[in-house]
Design a protein around this ligand. Structure first.
Ligand SMILES: [Zn+2]
Ligand SMILES: [Zn+2]
Ligand SMILES: [Zn+2]
Length: 348
């Protein structure tokens, strides 16, 4: 049997259901999978699989509990090669400001890898910062996460920092830099960037303060005990940035752009003239992308919005000071075997 578009009555590549199919986003799929994919992409929807990330592997027909897994359905769409032009960039930016759209899309693609790693993988290795930079992150052996891995907050600190470093190393302009400068920049920016990422995650998942990917408190129990007399100090440290994000309703694009802008504004460390110029150039590129994004998303108040977002830098600085203080306290409390090399490299 032939449909109007000339495609046979057959099986959807994503969901295995039979019907009249047409070509959408490069692949022959059903109408429902097309709409699902489009919605996920345009609204940046992200889900979690409750099983083992194989719900859409088949064989058909899919059991209802598997068929309802949005995480696996979206991954299947991507695995079979569905692709949208200007994927994951809202059409408003794509249409009016090509360059901003490109910049945002690159950041999202890079961050997608980070989030996938946090969702599915883990590592028990203990590399130094230098080893990670020299190998561009490949020195670390990744294993698939399973429910039986009992991961502590300290385990997560390492893996969160590691995935953040890989994100930073994959920003395209880092490739041309001297290794010495890369290490300096990563040293200065890992905790800062991780804090922005985890605050955004907390806001999204409606946690009052930053948590591990599995929802645990980020501060280990033994350290929390030390702050028993003044629990507000810890509490404020873990929720000041998420609160501010919530107040401003910071979007995913805005968060990624300010992360990139703040990275390029690194100031305390000695860097070569060449690296400085490269950072300045990209600082301007990311800033103009953010300004154009604000013009699209908040046309009446874009100037105020732009300023509010850049002012997050002050809160970030205050938050970092507090984290440093807690880290020093933690360091005194923990045995050297309790923390990883990376902890020293990025914090103390
Ligand atoms: Zn389908
Ligand atoms: Zn699933
Ligand atoms: Zn699954």
């Amino acid at each position: 049997m032939e449909s109007k578009g000339g495609y046979p009555f057959s099986t959807c590549l994503v969901c295995f259901r039979e019907g009249i199919l047409t070509r959408h986003y490069g692949r022959v799929v059903c109408e429902s999978c097309k709409m699902f994919y489009r919605r996920c992409v345009l609204k940046y929807k992200r889900y979690d699989c409750e099983y083992i990330n194989m719900c859409y592997n088949g064989p058909p027909p899919l059991r209802p509990c598997y068929a309802s897994c949005k995480d696996c359905r979206f991954n299947k769409c991507r695995t079979i090669g569905m692709q949208m032009q200007n994927e994951t960039v809202p059409l408003l930016v794509a249409e009016r400001y090509k360059c901003a759209a490109e910049t945002i899309r690159d950041l999202i693609w890079n961050d997608d890898k980070r989030m996938n790693a946090l969702k599915r993988q883990f590592s028990f290795d203990n590399p130094s910062l230098e080893e990670i930079v020299q190998s561009k992150g490949t020195c670390v052996q990744l294993v698939e996460q399973t429910k039986t891995h009992r991961l502590t907050p300290a385990d997560w600190h390492f893996f969160f920092a590691y995935t953040t470093i890989v994100f930073l190393l994959h920003m395209d302009f880092i490739t041309g830099m001297e290794e010495k400068d890369v290490i300096t920049l990563i040293q200065e920016n890992t905790v800062k960037t991780s804090l922005l990422f985890s605050s955004f995650d907390a806001m999204n998942r409606k946690f009052p303060s930053i948590r591990t990917p599995r929802g645990q408190h980020v501060v280990p129990e033994s350290v929390r005990e030390m702050f028993e007399k003044d629990p507000r100090y810890l509490y404020k440290t873990c929720n000041m940035l998420p609160n501010k994000f919530k107040e401003l309703e910071v979007t995913y694009e805005e968060m990624l752009l300010i992360t990139a802008i703040f990275f390029c504004k690194s100031e305390t460390s000695p860097l070569s003239e060449e690296t400085r110029k490269l950072l300045e150039l990209h600082h301007d590129k990311f800033s103009s992308a953010l300004l154009n994004y604000c013009k699209c998303a908040h046309s009446d108040t874009f100037q105020t919005r732009f300023e509010q977002l850049l002012e997050l830098r002050e809160i970030l600085k205050e938050n970092l000071k507090r984290i440093e203080f807690i880290a020093i306290t933690t360091r005194i409390k923990l045995k050297p075997t309790d923390y990883k090399k990376l902890f020293d490299d990025i914090l103390l």
